[in-house]
Design a protein around this ligand. Sequence first.
Ligand SMILES: NC(=O)c1ccc[n+]([C@@H]2O[C@H](COP(=O)([O-])OP(=O)(O)OC[C@H]3O[C@@H](n4cnc5c(N)ncnc54)[C@H](O)[C@@H]3O)[C@@H](O)[C@H]2O)c1
Ligand SMILES: O=C(O)C[C@H](O)C(=O)O
Length: 309
Amino acid sequence: MKVTVVGAGAVGATCADNIARKELAQELVLLDIREGFAEGKAIDMMQTSALLGFDTKVKGVTSDYAATAGSDVVVITSGLPRKPGMTREELIGTNAGIVKSVTENILKHSPNTIIVVVSNPMDTMTYLTLKTSGLPKNRIIGMGGALDSSRFKYYLSQELGCSPADLNAVVIGGHGDTTMIPLINHATWNSVPVTEFLSKEKQDEIVAATMVGGATLTKLIGTSAWYAPGAGTAMLVESILRDEKKLVPCCVALDGEYGQSDIAIGVPVVLGKNGWEKIVDIKLNDEEQAAFAKSAEAVRSMNSVLELA
Ligand SMILES: NC(=O)c1ccc[n+]([C@@H]2O[C@H](COP(=O)([O-])OP(=O)(O)OC[C@H]3O[C@@H](n4cnc5c(N)ncnc54)[C@H](O)[C@@H]3O)[C@@H](O)[C@H]2O)c1
Ligand SMILES: O=C(O)C[C@H](O)C(=O)O
């Protein structure tokens, strides 16, 4: 298997590191526009292989798309991250151009690849990739829900004093500070609803903390997060390459599901060798359904800014 990660910055390099350590691919190409940057990161990663004992061959290149030829999966992380005080949506002006040109270049050499979009604003960048690539919709997947759900489990585990691995909890909707929907009423601690252990006030606090999880880290670090985003993206790549059929919330094209069409937004999907293979319907109550419709409206309004011609 061959994977390309475009953007050798914080998230791209962390994702590549996770992919190499888990030996998800034989060949891993790291590509960046900054001269020598991806080459340096790739050599640094390769110099951990004797220490960690992995066999993946990591190669760094500067804008050399020929080296990415025949990739089974391509991860797009190229673009600006936000600074404290910014929203992800403010990145659209710069990142739309980057994501569009990267997609075009990738497809010249890997016309049938599966693309995982990470660059922000992720829902709109996924929609852009869908519209410009011409790839079947199942081969375009935006990463956001995996990360947001992991943050949701983190905050729940802190309050419950339990292992995050014992929790089942998902975040659907847009990957934005005000658009994501942590489904607290569906979250369980080894099949017991978490709402049985938490006051309504605590539940609301956890939901609010999850929604601004990315902004909180951006304020603390000075740029946006990378460990959990990199790990979340690698988890998606793993489920695809190993055909694991994991059920993960991802940003995908909807065609009537959840009452929405002509949009890419977060819903639970089964991930396997064909990309996203199935959308799973969660029975939402009226309040959750209204939140999803509102989230879709916000994402759609951001999509309308794109010049798709
Ligand atoms: N979807 C998510 O959950 C999620 C999580 C974290 C970060 N992000 C987003 O991912 C993106 C990357 O974040 P980061 O922290 O890694 O930023 P970063 O600045 O560390 O890295 C971005 C890299 O992209 C490269 N780049 C820019 N234009 C390029 C081009 N045309 N071709 C190839 N490479 C190019 C830059 O040189 C840089 O190395 C940001 O847009 C950020 O908002 C999304
Ligand atoms: O918060 C950000 O801007 C980056 C990313 O979307 C995240 O959630 O960590």
